[in-house]
Design a protein around this ligand. Structure first.
Ligand code: SF4
Length: 335
């Protein structure tokens, strides 16, 4: 299996009147073709900015992005056009990301027209749209419907079909199921997994919900204030965490069964500002284990075990959070 995407020391800063926001600050990872990298973290941690920078919707401030062996950090217009066909995005809110004045058919057709697929042959393009609707489980009779006439699950299926219209290899999925009911979430996740197997797609899957990311990811990155604080294979994170923030995220996974007692790790304290952050641990103001060194030195992401990386001064002393229920029940199941 080959590496499709490699990101080295990626930074994305935004200048504001109050200072420079370090939205993504020195991120490193790689993804093998056909695999999924889950990125999890709370709102404002920079995960969406990371996804948008990787597929070049945003220009990185610094760092290198290697896609399929090519450096795409500063592509020309022509290179960017080719990249747009190979790298696509599925957005969080299927309602606001769709044009309310365009029918299902026109929405899926639009990228084919822009990129002149099938040499611009309208009949072939229309046939491809209907085939894509079959692929994502949208009835053909809905081709002339508008987004407001459909439910959330169907709208997200349009978003997936649109992302697939150019036959991409790599898709950034930015919280694609957070706006959906749990039962619909499972259907969409299963659809995405089936498509991945069928088309050998590579995903970055962004979410704030660990139970969702476990369902679909091979590797999980936990992000906090623009940095990766822990990274390891998906299953490993549920057994062993070396960063207190990962432990807190794990303790927040809901378990819908009365009588199961659980120890929640409640994070108190102020969230540090992402504007010109000091070179200390960014989690120190909320960390229940913070020591004086945490307010003096910034921890770096280092390998703790095989394929397991963490950025914490006290990682060797870390006690993993134990789920009070079987780990394999942390799944969104298709009922
Ligand atoms: Fe907590 Fe210190 Fe580790 Fe930061 S470095 S997560 S403050 S223990």
């Amino acid at each position: 299996m080959s590496t499709l995407l490699e990101v080295r020391d990626l930074k994305k800063y935004f200048k504001t009147p109050s200072g420079t926001v370090h939205a993504v600050d020195g991120v490193n990872f790689s993804i093998e073709e056909g695999k999924t990298l889950g990125v999890v973290g709370e709102s404002g941690c920079g995960k969406s900015t990371l996804g948008r920078t990787v597929i070049r919707l945003l220009q990185p401030t610094a760092g290198t992005i290697i896609y399929d062996g090519r450096d795409i950090s500063s592509p020309s217009k022509e290179e960017l056009k080719v990249l747009r066909r190979e790298m696509q995005m599925i957005f969080q809110d299927p309602f606001s990301s769709l044009n309310p004045r365009m029918t299902v058919k026109d929405t899926i057709l639009e990228p084919m027209e822009i990129h002149r697929l099938y040499d611009g042959d309208r009949t072939k393009q229309s046939e491809a749209v209907l085939n894509l609707m079959d692929t994502v489980g949208l009835a053909r009779r809905l081709a002339n419907s508008y987004p407001h006439e459909l439910d959330g699950g169907r709208r997200q299926r349009i978003g997936i079909a649109r992302a697939l219209a150019l036959d991409p290899r790599f898709i950034v999925c930015d919280e694609p199921v957070s706006a959906l009911d749990v039962s619909i979430q499972a259907q969409i996740l299963n659809l995405m997994q089936d498509l991945q197997e069928e088309k050998n797609l590579t995903y970055i899957f962004i979410t704030h919900d660990l139970s969702v990311v476990k369902h679909i990811s091979d590797i999980i990155c936990v992000m906090y204030l623009g940095q990766i604080v822990e990274m390891c294979p998906s299953k490993t994170l549920f057994k062993q965490q070396y960063h207190p923030y990962s432990q807190a995220l794990l303790s927040a996974i809901p378990y819908p069964k009365v009588g199961v007692k659980r120890k929640r790790i409640l994070l108190r304290g102020e969230i540090s500002s992402p504007i010109d952050p000091k070179p200390i641990c960014r989690f120190a103001t909320r960390c229940p284990h913070a020591k004086p060194i945490c307010f003096k030195e910034e921890p770096t992401l280092v390998r703790v075990e095989d394929q397991h990386y963490a950025a914490c001064h006290l990682q060797k002393e870390s006690q993993p959070y134990e789920l009070p229920f079987p780990e394999d029940t942390v799944e969104i199941e298709n009922k």
